[in-house]
Design a protein around this ligand. Sequence first.
Ligand code: PMP
Length: 443
Amino acid sequence: FYIRRLYLRIQLYEMDAAGPAIKHEFHGDCFNRPIASAPDAWFDVVERYSNDYNKTLKLTKKTSRCLNLGSYNYLGFAASDEYCTPRAIETLKKYSPSTCSSRVDGGTTDLHNELEECVANFVGKPAAIVFGMGYVTNSAILPVLMGKGGLIVSDSLNHNSIVNGARGSGARVCVFQHNTPAHLEEVLREKIAEGQPRTRRPWKKIIVIVEGIYSMEGELCKLPEIIAICKKYKAYTYLDEAHSIGAVGKTGRGVCELLGVNTADVDIMMGTFTKSFGSCGGYISGSKELIQYLKYTCPAHLYATSISPPAAQQIICAIKVLLGEDGSNRGAQKLARIRENSNFFRSELQKMGFEVLGDNDSPVMPIMLYNPAKIPAFSRECLKQNVAVVTVAFPATPLLLARARICISASHTREDLIKALEVIGRVGDLVGIKYFPAEPKKA
Ligand code: PMP
């Protein structure tokens, strides 16, 4: 009821802002759920037009092909790839799409072991365990790692899979201000002094959870400072690299590589394969003892069907391309390309007067809309001009911090990006979201 009422308000606001001439179409994205009969880019069935998700995507019931600025396909591996695709197809023929078994009941093939070894080597940890879904990796692992008498200190903007995993663990959960090491220290100091509720005994275990790149902010984690605090207060660090592994760092090894952090200083490294690797699933990487413990105790390992073999092969191949083990330098080119594309797009948006969140090198680029009433107008006008963007708002963001979230890929060409900038520039003027003066164009 509350959500519907809020929607009516948004409708009225937009009528005020745009006048009655605009036919209202609402994006379900606003509340992450579809609104009855509202045409919606992200709940409509999309058709793929090229073999590359980032280029063209046709929204059914509409005729236009769009440039996709919403996909997490950071390195363009979610496309037909000369190295990955034939091998994934061979694997499909050899092993079928599913093992139809859990890891401990005949669902472990040589590929599953190879994948775990490959991931551990790539991220720079002694061992790894893989799961069929990234979301489940967080939500199933945290209850195994933590329990009653434990303390979880979580960044206030951590992903929902972390929030659910933390809640389900039975540990005490505290939140620190987003990416603010000083506040993390304050929370740790206070909670350690208080001890466990009622008994006042010391916490059995303390874990601090952060993300490498925050998915709604595009911001890099202040990892070196956070690690120093964790060491000082004897807390474990848990780093979710869903948006940073493969996407940043000279060789794609994520925020540790980018920020010069030794991976030995991060106790638990988590990541997903749905972004840079163009596949599906997730991993936890850490010490041999930790991974062994998880393999014997984690229900998602014991009772869930193992990751699909072709998906596993896709990840192994994508990592080999990144390491140059396919015999080409395509991996290095992709990494250089995503960095150039991201930095180019961000600086051009800023020059036009948009307020863009996030840090350099981050492929995640939120453009601030602020007023939720601007969401439908912005996304609809972009869509009309064949550019598909994702818009996010409450409850994924605070109510008055609505934004359009652009994700840049190595497979976007310079022409794609220039076209998208022209469209976003025009729509920005129309909707009134250029909050800063534009930089004069060089002659
Ligand atoms: N962690 C973070 C930070 C994410 O953004 C996401 C999803 N985008 C996940 C975990 C879940 O990953 P998946 O979509 O691969 O299940």
